[in-house]
Write a protein that binds this ligand. Structure first.
Ligand code: EPZ
Length: 416
């Protein structure tokens, strides 16, 4: 179990290059299963979730290796359709391999995916779409067995724009005879990036990134070379750290357009934000509360930024009200922020943050990926020393977190 030791109270100042997006790389790695040939992926962050995805590919018989920020994957030798349970329970994105396996082999065996505990996280929407495409999906105890002699074209109206279900159904659709139309599809930028990769492999997809996506199945997909989009949540996290410590940070290799909902909130709070082609600078002298901050599907305010923004708002002037509409239990970081002196009262859906003058150091334990990041942000802002336990949570999704913060004057060390 790893931990961060942090001495807070000083402004962060410096430049941080943003890495490739975890939530784009993971579905793209699953998508390589539907290609025949070598895929060379650039801008792949060194995060533990990427290691898990590579382990899944290797367990299925694929070849995969890392050369710096580049991953080289050849799924031609793939010969297995069962994903080891020990890998399934490590991350939610493991479920995206289901659609790819059905498209490639017409069969898949897996258990329910693990990952961040954010409340109830069923996969009923994934199965709804797969069944409409002709797949038989049945549980045998803990195991889900899916078979499809032949996937067929269908129109799938998603009751909710689920990111994972959209990705899974796009991959399964590649194995269909005919066309699949996804209605009310998720519009997150990571979906467009996945479709960009697939199109580069020869797929025929229309409407990527919109709420109606059309996928023509039955095309033989070849390998390709592709660069993963920048991680908008990593960028949001560092902007919140700059705001929380009243510092000034410039992010490079980022995409400001993906972050509009977050930078709008921070600007409303008094941060001075300047954006260039692939660069964002945030400077914060004083921070005012913003209310309401309501999470919703893209392009609205993203649920993954809720915890980091809350950590910044903990010392803002005034009262911020957060409404979490995506997950049923995504305020699990609140008790740790309160231990550090924050004044927050929360129900399942709402959190009221009354800004305090300063936070103080404490020993806290990361609850999940973004909750752990929020604790690091609060510890950097707090006066005194803090320990954030269970750093493995943040290692799942933030490459070089400690070094990036140290490069900006953050006093943080990782005690493995
Ligand atoms: C993806 O999770 C992201 N993970 C999450 O990021 C992100 O918070 C989430 O999308 C929302 O943007 C990855 O991309 C690996 P959903 P996913 O399906 O696909 C319910 C992070 O920190 N739902 O859009 O699981 C579900 O319970 C992670 O990087 C169903 O009811 O999100 C939730 O309440 C955390 N049935 C809501 O929809 C289903 O079949 C959103 O889930 C599927 C989802």
């Amino acid at each position: 179990m790893g931990a961060y030791q942090i001495r807070g109270g000083s402004p962060l100042r410096g430049v941080i290059p943003i890495h490739g997006a975890k939530n784009s790389l993971l579905p793209i790695l699953a998508a390589t299963l539907v290609t025949k040939g070598e895929c060379v992926l650039h801008n792949c962050p060194r995060i533990s979730d990427a290691d898990v995805a590579l382990a899944i590919l290797r367990s299925l018989g694929c070849e995969a290796r890392r050369e710096g920020q580049t991953l080289i994957v050849n799924t031609y030798p793939a010969c297995e359709t069962e994903i080891p349970a020990v890998l399934m329970q490590k991350m939610r994105a493991a479920v995206i391999f289901l659609g790819a396996l059905l498209a490639r082999f017409g069969a898949a065996r897996l258990t329910h995916p693990g990952g961040c505990r954010l409340g109830n996280r069923p996969i009923d929407l994934h199965l709804l779409g797969l069944r409409l495409m002709g797949a038989q999906c049945e549980y045998e105890g803990e195991e889900l067995l899916c078979r499809a002699a032949k996937l067929r074209g269908a129109t799938v109206a998603l009751p909710f724009p689920s990111v994972g279900a959209t990705e899974n159904l796009i991959l399964a659709a590649l194995g269909c005879d005919g066309e699949v139309v996804l209605c009310n599809a998720a519009r997150e930028p990571e979906i467009a990036d996945l479709c960009g990769f697939l199109t580069a492999c020869g797929a025929r997809i229309e409407g990527a990134g919109t709420s109606v996506v059309r996928i023509r199945g039955g095309c033989a997909l070849h390998g390709t070379e592709f660069t993963v989009m920048p991680d908008r949540m990593e960028a949001a996290t560092y902007l919140c750290a700059a705001a929380a410590t009243r510092g000034e940070i410039t992010l490079t290799h980022t995409e400001p357009a993906h972050l509009r909902a977050v930078t709008d909130v921070l600007a409303d709070g008094g941060c001075e934000i300047t954006q260039y082609a692939r660069q964002i600078t945030l400077r914060c002298d004083t921070l005012r509360a913003v209310s309401p901050i309501r999470t919703a599907p893209y392009p609205a305010f993203p649920t993954d930024a809720q915890a980091p923004v809350m950590a910044a708002m903990a010392t803002a002037q005034g009262v911020s009200v957060f409404e979490e509409t995506i997950f049923s239990d995504r305020f699990r970081h609140v008790p740790a922020l309160v231990r550090m002196g924050a004044k927050i009262t929360a129900t399942r859906r709402y959190a009221v943050v009354e800004g305090v003058e300063t936070l103080h150091g404490a020993c806290v334990e990361a609850t999940d990926l973004r909750g752990g990041a929020a604790m690091v942000i609060a510890a950097l802002a707090a006066h005194g020393s803090s320990t954030v336990l269970r750093s493995e949570h943040t290692e799942r999704g933030y490459a070089a977190l400690v070094q990036s913060l140290r490069d900006c004057g953050g006093q943080i060390i990782d005690t493995e």
